[in-house]
Design a binder for this molecule. Structure first.
Ligand code: C2O
Ligand code: CU
Ligand code: CU
Length: 499
């Protein structure tokens, strides 16, 4: 069973193709649409535990014709399978590192014990296998996985280690398109700076410049699911797109080139309180959004492109001369990411839900303490509260190392004093945005989240409930999800400890 699109990029098996449809007047079964998605991995049930075997390996992909780019991937040449977890089950991840160097594998957005987090403390030496096991306790959502080695996260993700995690929950309470690879499609959006010889600034033997580290590395080649100029066939009906911004540094202001509206039903932490009809979704690195797009009114054979209308948000995300200097040409304009082609109508068309289960909002008075988190850039450094994490457990000064009693509710007031956007990500516990510059968040941002875009000059107040399994030995991380910033130390850590 293999379907390969582009050299070495693993995609789900190709089930059928319009031009191959039988023309003999027999049963005119609609061919299954072809959409290149990562292979779905349901793991294997072993004694009641769902076991996933992940092999981190090297490979190559020919994005530049005639010049294969050296890559990393999980069970394949580039990126990794979509892991399907089910709420209430126990999962075991067996991660074998064949990269020839130490790395880690972190489960971004997953609620788990600190020792299972796969952050910088859970290193996997070359040739070693890391086995970790935990209960899936959270509601349905789209999470993801990627390496998190101290000072090497950006490189390992850029080389290609990343994938989505689909968390399913039978008690979700709403019907959404859910046939993987047909009307339920993950879209991993990444940009790459590819030279004419197929190399990039993280290729073996290369290092990004100081400018690229400060600005965050952006590239001009857009990949969706690892494929350049991806074209995928969708059924002529309602399609669920699970967007993941898996880029190191670029934010996308997503929309369609024909201006059509779509319905956002979920953010980072699962379902929103209500479906939101919109034409744009702004996604910073690390953020996810689930969109329902209706292709039912499109002609069969029609096409529409997904684009980033970056110019519309440029002035919000980058300020002043310095902001202008870290942005690139694409940050100021509109560019296409991929194209949807419209196939046959599905047998049983779905419509978007008109309501979603309520999200209980946290309130400011629930907080037992508040912290201020100041994001800044001065000279050649990126800081949180004036500090940088310089090695495991150490920051200079030691301002970003919190001991948080289990069960406490905190308010984090996050301000961005710099000239460019920083997406703040917090491990393990999802949060709610209390307000943005004093205003309640729009519905799109009012659900549970784990990564929040903080624009220059903004103050975003978050409500967090630190509740879970205590561990005095291993912390969780919080950091800027521009991976170059994370690697430069724009990261802190917190322990959840016994009260
Ligand atoms: Cu997506 Cu600390 O990571
Ligand atoms: Cu994370
Ligand atoms: Cu940053």
């Amino acid at each position: 069973m293999s379907g390969v699109a582009g050299a070495g990029v693993l995609v789900a098996p190709i089930l059928g193709c319009g031009s191959d449809a039988p023309g003999d007047g027999g049963v005119d079964a609609a061919p299954a649409p072809v959409f290149p998605v990562p292979p779905l991995d349901d793991g294997e049930l072993v004694g009641g535990v769902r076991v996933f075997r992940l092999r981190l390996r090297s490979g190559s992909v020919e994005w530049v014709s005639g010049f294969p780019t050296a890559t990393h991937g999980v069970n394949g040449a580039f990126l990794g399978p979509a892991l399907r977890f089910r709420r209430g089950e126990r999962v075991r991840l067996e991660v074998t590192n064949e990269l020839g160097e130490t790395t880690t594998l972190h489960w971004h957005g997953v609620q788990l014990p600190a020792a299972s987090d796969g952050g910088p403390y859970q290193t996997i030496a070359a040739a070693a296998t890391w086995v970790t096991e935990f209960d899936v306790v959270q509601p349905a959502m789209t999470a993801w996985y990627h390496p998190h080695l101290m000072e090497r996260t950006a490189r390992h993700v850029y080389m290609g280690i990343a994938g989505v995690i689909l968390i399913e929950d039978d008690a979700q309470g709403v019907v959404l398109p859910s046939t993987y690879g047909v009307d339920d499609l993950p879209l991993v959006i990444q940009d790459r700076r590819l030279a004419a010889d197929g190399t990039h600034p993280y290729s073996p033997g290369h290092v990004p410049s100081m400018h690229d580290q400060m600005a965050g590395l952006r590239g001009e080649t857009m990949l969706v699911n690892g494929i350049r100029q991806l074209r995928g066939v969708v059924p002529r009906g309602l399609v669920r797109l699970r967007m993941l911004n898996g880029s190191n540094a670029r934010a996308y202001n997503l929309g369609f080139t024909d201006g059509r509206s779509f319905v956002q039903v979920a953010g980072d932490g699962g379902l929103l309180a209500a479906p939101v009809t919109t034409t744009r979704v702004l996604l910073a690195p690390g953020e996810r959004a689930e969109l329902l797009v209706d292709f039912g009114d499109d002609p069969e054979g029609g096409a529409v492109a997904l684009a980033s209308f970056s110019g519309e948000v440029f002035a919000q995300l980058y300020t002043g001369t310095m902001g202008g200097a870290v942005a690139d040409a694409l940050d100021r304009t509109t560019f296409e990411l991929m194209t949807f082609e419209v196939g046959a109508a599905p047998a049983a068309p779905l419509s978007p839900p008109s309501t979603l289960p309520p999200v209980i909002r946290m309130t400011a008075d629930q907080a037992v303490r508040t912290r201020s988190i100041v994001l800044d850039m001065t000279g050649p450094s990126v800081t949180i509260n004036g500090a940088r994490m310089t090695s495991l457990g150490a920051s200079v000064p030691a301002a970003i190392n919190f001991q948080i009693p289990n069960g406490s509710v905190e308010r984090w007031d996050v301000s961005n004093n710099s000239f460019m956007v920083h997406p703040l990500h917090i491990h393990n516990r999802h949060f709610q945005i209390l307000d943005i510059d004093g205003q309640p968040p729009p519905v799109q941002l009012a659900g549970w989240k784990d990564t929040v875009l903080v624009a220059p000059g903004q103050v975003v107040r978050l409500m967090l409930r630190f509740e879970g399994i205590t561990d005095a030995a291993f912390p969780y991380m919080f950091h800027c999800h521009i991976l170059e910033h994370e690697d430069m130390g724009m990261m802190g850590q917190f322990y959840i400890v016994d009260p």
